[in-house]
Each structure stands twice: as structure tokens, then as C-alpha cells.
Design a protein around this ligand. Structure first.
Ligand code: PLP
Length: 286
């Protein structure tokens, strides 16, 4: 089915949407993005994504392509036009182009490129993979030093996913100086003796929108949370582990580098947090 997508003010069939070959998103990965999930035809945590988008743009001295209200309207219109009940809205803003390739940024009045499209994912919330739990491998984190900015430089995370697939696993956690940073496209957590442990926010990891919501919900449910570094060896000895992201919510992890956690099935805390997150997020969706 041909989707309707949004490009710089226009709603077009995906086959007719065009961006310049000189666009800096294409040539330099000079672009930021957001992925917002859709449940029951409504946007999950749109506000959180809009705030992080603004932060990413500010950190890179990129212009805002439009107001937050306009962004919300575009999201909603695409969801409606494409009949999305469960799925995702992908948004990308690039620094645009002044018609040539140059390392120097184009002048500040260059129009940013704004692209949005939907991905239809029936069964996103009731994902069978969440009932089985994910098997992960660990890989070295060789990404750049500003992982807090949600840029489209996704080659290494993409390679990490491929390394995981080659090893018969689902995903990879990245390790720097012996400590887990995060997953290829998610934040990482372990649970030991009922306590949830996750890396504190810094430039080393993406400040997950789902992470923020899940940590708040965990505190509200009287769960103990500690934000500190943890090693991959500590993770292998954990009672359970999980990841969070806008597209997979709370995903239990059942195996790390071939070491089975607990009884090899999703742990009770990860399962409970997934339930709470889905429930609360559906109620707050707009
Ligand atoms: N960490 C990385 C590297 C990611 O790419 C993502 C999501 O794409 C996340 C964490 C989770 O962030 P969020 O919960 O906002 O989707």
C-alpha cells in the first residue's frame, strides 16, 4: 500500500516525495530524528519527543522547522491519512542544503528539511517477542561522544544489530571502559535483589523518553531504582534484565552472551513494568 508521507509542507504519496541529493542529512548525517509510537490511533508521549527534538536541534544549532503545535498536527494527520491504529511515526529534521556539498554549515537562513512518515505495526503492544524475551550479545561501543543528541548516525548501531543476528541473537548492548552504555536502539537495565539498576544520564547515552516514563512509573509502584554504571559481568549475574524504547516499550532480556538469566523467561519486574507502561501510556495518549 502506498503511504502518504510529509515533506516540507506537503502531504504526498511516498513514491512522489523528494529530497535534494545535496541535503546535509543525506551527505553528512547532519540530521536529527524522533520516533513516536501510536497505540489505539493515538500518540504516546508526544510531548516528551517534542521536547527532546528541540534539545537535539539546539545542541546542533539547527533551526526549528515549525512549531510544536504544527508538529502535533502533522503527526495526527499522517496517522489519520494512513489509518494507523498501532505503529510508529518517524520524524527527521536535517540542516537542509544551499545546493552544494561543503563541510561548513550553510547560512543560518537555509530552510531545514522536515520529513515524516508512518510505519504500520499491527500487534505492536502485544508483541510475542516480549513474551519470549530477547537474547543479546555485548559489543564494544565505538560511537561518537554526543550520544545524547538523537542524530541519524545509525551505522554502528545498525552493524551491532547485524552482529547480534549473525550470533543468533536479537540485539546488542554496547560496552565502554567495561561498563554497559545502552542497547543499539534502547536503554539498558538490570535487576538484582529487586533493585532496578540503569546508567545515569550523560552525553554517553540517549536520554530515552521511555526511560524517563518507566523510571517515574517504577518509583510510583514503590520499586527501588539505582542510577549507576554497571558492567556486563554484573549484568550476566543479574536476576533479570530489560530494555526500553519508544518502539518496543519495555522488552525483557533473557540471555546475555550466552548466559541465561534466571530461568530464561522474562522476569517479574520487567513484565510488570511493561504492563504498567502500556496501561499508563494508553491512558495519557493524545
Ligand atoms: N538509546 C538509543 C541509542 C536509541 O536509539 C533509542 C531509541 O531509538 C533509545 C535509547 C530509547 O529512546 P526512546 O525511549 O526515546 O525511544
Amino acid at each position: 500500500m502506498t503511504r502518504t508521507v510529509y515533506v516540507n509542507g506537503e502531504y504526498l504519496p511516498e513514491t512522489e516525495a523528494k529530497v535534494s541529493i545535496f541535503d546535509r542529512g543525506f551527505l553528512m548525517a547532519d540530521a536529527v530524528y524522533e520516533v513516536t509510537s501510536v497505540l489505539d490511533g493515538k500518540l504516546i508521549d508526544f510531548e516528551g519527543h517534542a521536547v527532546r527534538l528541540k534539545r537535539s536541534l539546539d545542541e546542533l544549532q539547527m533551526a526549528e522547522p515549525c512549531s510544536k503545535d504544527e508538529l502535533l498536527e502533522i503527526h495526527r494527520k499522517l496517522v489519520e491519512l494512513n489509518g494507523i491504529n498501532e505503529g510508529l511515526v518517524y520524524l527527521q529534521v536535517t540542516r537542509g542544503s544551499d545546493g552544494d556539498r561543503d563541510f561548513v554549515f550553510p547560512s543560518v537562513d537555509t530552510k531545514p528539511t522536515l520529513v515524516l512518515f508512518t510505519q504500520n505495526k499491527p500487534g505492536l503492544a502485544d508483541n510475542p517477542a516480549a513474551k519470549k524475551g530477547a537474547k543479546i550479545i555485548s559489543i564494544e561501543d565505538i560511537r561518537w561522544g554526543r550520544r545524547d543528541i538523537k542524530t541519524v548516525q545509525l551505522l554502528y548501531p545498525s552493524m551491532g544489530k547485524m552482529m547480534a543476528k549473525a550470533a543468533g541473537c536479537d540485539d546488542a548492548w554496547m560496552i565502554e571502559d567495561g561498563y554497559v552504555t545502552e542497547g543499539t536502539s534502547n536503554n539498558a537495565y538490570i535487576v538484582k535483589n529487586g533493585k532496578i539498576v540503569t546508567r545515569p544520564l550523560s552525553n554517553d547515552i540517549l536520554h530515552g523518553i521511555t526511560r524517563k516514563a518507566v523510571l517515574r512509573m517504577a518509583a510510583e509502584a514503590q520499586m527501588e531504582v539505582e542510577e549507576r554504571l554497571f558492567t556486563i559481568d554484573e549484568a550476566k549475574e543479574a536476576d533479570e534484565a530489560f530494555t526500553t524504547s519508544a518502539s518496543a516499550f519495555v522488552m525483557p532480556v533473557v540471555e546475555i552472551d550466552g548466559v541465561v538469566l534466571g530461568d530464561g523467561t522474562p522476569g517479574p519486574i520487567a513484565r510488570r513494568l511493561r504492563e504498567i507502561y502500556l496501561d499508563e501510556s494508553r491512558k495519557a495518549a493524545i
